[in-house]
Each structure stands twice: as structure tokens, then as C-alpha cells.
Design a protein around this ligand. Sequence first.
Ligand SMILES: Cc1cc2nc3c(=O)[nH]c(=O)nc-3n(C[C@H](O)[C@H](O)[C@H](O)COP(=O)(O)O)c2cc1C
Length: 245
Amino acid sequence: MTYYIAWGVTGAGHFLSEVFLTMKKIKKLFNVKITTFTSKAGEEVLRIYGFLPKIKEVSPGNYYEEFFCSGSAWSFPVSGRLQLGKYNLLVIAPCSANTTAKIVHGIADTMVTNIFAQAQKGKIPTYILPTDWLPSETELPPMVNRDVCRGCKPCPPMEKCPYGAFEFVEGKARINLEKCWGCGLCVSLCPYKAVSFRERVKVTPRKIDVENVEKLCGFENVKVLRSPKELENLLFKFLEGKVKP
Ligand SMILES: Cc1cc2nc3c(=O)[nH]c(=O)nc-3n(C[C@H](O)[C@H](O)[C@H](O)COP(=O)(O)O)c2cc1C
């Protein structure tokens, strides 16, 4: 049997590396078709963390294996698939605090919040991995530490950045994340190690975001997961036919 999974990716860097690995793993190990749906922010954050060029490894573009981002459409015609119950499962991972807040307040104005709304109508089981629930560690995007940067001229990362994402601001280098494709080339090029990528830092969620996740736990047909590992384990059990979603 072929499983059909709709996967919503929001604009969240937290858990993104782990989630992308899980998507690749299940695509490789199971007979599964994954359609990836992203919000506008989701597409940007996939780019910043270097995953946008790799999305074809998960959703290669065949029928029901497309990559849909919000683009210029505001009514998200493709989300009708979820209302019609065409997928076995909807996964929203990572799910930003913004998308969680919108979902619990019934707002459906982005690709991801809209597929959630349609999935509820189509009674499609849904797994959600919220980013802002339990205190944990997150990976930062590419960054220049301005305390370490010496403002070299020429600046080797700036010279070699394929996307022209480096600029000087008040004599020191800065990465313009609107141009960055997360290739990571810059990290090894700075002689003073002022550039970092995927640096891990602790995050403590806001009270309002925690409260929203708690509301989400009460939704029908929704399972809220605490970690990428918990999500992966559950997906494996589901795809092995050991649990019903
Ligand atoms: C590099 C980067 C990483 C981000 N990571 C997170 C995150 O982990 N969790 C979160 O709630 N928002 C995160 N944001 C902020 C969201 O992208 C922003 O709130 C956006 O409006 C979310 O839109 P969406 O929910 O429609 O995807 C991040 C933003 C950037 C630029």
C-alpha cells in the first residue's frame, strides 16, 4: 500500500534539521508519497538553513509529491485535496508559534494554516510538532559575531559568497538573510572564526505560546508531539502499520 502524507513546513528553524532528516528517512524506507506545503516564511527559513535546494529529495515533483509554497495565491486551491480526504496523514513540523496561534484561533490565511483547516474538515489525522512548548535547544542561522569580526578588507567570506549575502555595516561584516541560501561556505573562510552556522542556544518559550499549544492538544484528530524523535518514532509505527494515527 502507498501512504500519502501532506507535510506542512512553517517558518521555524527550531527542529528543522531533525525534521528534514526524518522526511528523507521515511521517503527512503517506506512506500510513501510526501507533498510538502510551506508558508511564505517556511520557504524562506528552508532557504536560510540550506534545505530549499534539497527539498526534491523528499518531494521530487511527481503527482502527490509536489512542493507547494504560498506563492502569489491567497486561496490555496491545492488544499482542497485535504478536505477531500486524499491523504492518510497531515504532519505539521516544525510548527511555528505563529502558525500554532493561528490554528487555535481558527485562522486559515497561510498555506499551512489552510491545509490544517481543510484536514479538519476532511477528518485527516494530524501530527503537529510545535517549536515553542518545552524549553530546549535550537540551531541558529548563519551569523557574524560582531565582537569577533575584524572588518578585514577584503573579507574572504564576502569575496566568495555565491549569493552576495555579505555586506559591511558600520565597518563589520553582516549576513543579509534575505539573500542567504545556507550553503555554509562562509564559516570556514573567516580567518578569525567570526561566522557561525547552526550554533546551538537554549530557548524558553513565551507563556502565550505554551498556552496555545495546550489548546491545540484538545483538538479532534490532532496529536501534538514533544520532540522530533517522538514524531519520527510515531511515523515509523504508523508506516509499519503498527498504530493507527
Ligand atoms: C532564521 C529564522 C528562524 C526562525 N525560527 C523560528 C522558530 O523556530 N519558531 C518560531 O515560532 N518562529 C521562528 N521564526 C519566526 C517565524 O518565521 C515568523 O514568526 C513567521 O511569521 C512565521 O510564519 P508562519 O507561521 O506562517 O510560517 C524564525 C525566523 C527566522 C528568520
